[in-house]
Design a protein around this ligand. Sequence first.
Ligand code: SF4
Length: 109
Amino acid sequence: MKVGIIRCMQTEDYCPGTADFRAVAQKTGAFEGVAEEIEIIGFTNCGGCPGKKAVLRAGELVRRGADTIALASCIRKGTPVGYPCPFAKKMEELIEKEAPSVRIIGYTH
Ligand code: SF4
């Protein structure tokens, strides 16, 4: 699996993404049961509210080899403060439209 991870820009201020990298390295959370090797192609943020830049960034991750886009848990789950992104659904829909062949994972850990 070649994964590009997109996270919430608001959360970036206080989260360095440690749990995301751990989940990939240890194949836990969204990556549990993945048999193949997992390579992180890139780790970027949504570009800020309302997340329109996430679509462009997902496209760039795919151009750079990602076959999977993971929306970090800070987006849908609102981890770690319990404040989910109100634009998550739309963001995911538009990423699907931009890169129909890519697998989208809605969380990381
Ligand atoms: S659009 Fe959502 S994911 Fe992006 S900064 Fe705003 S709240 Fe975070």
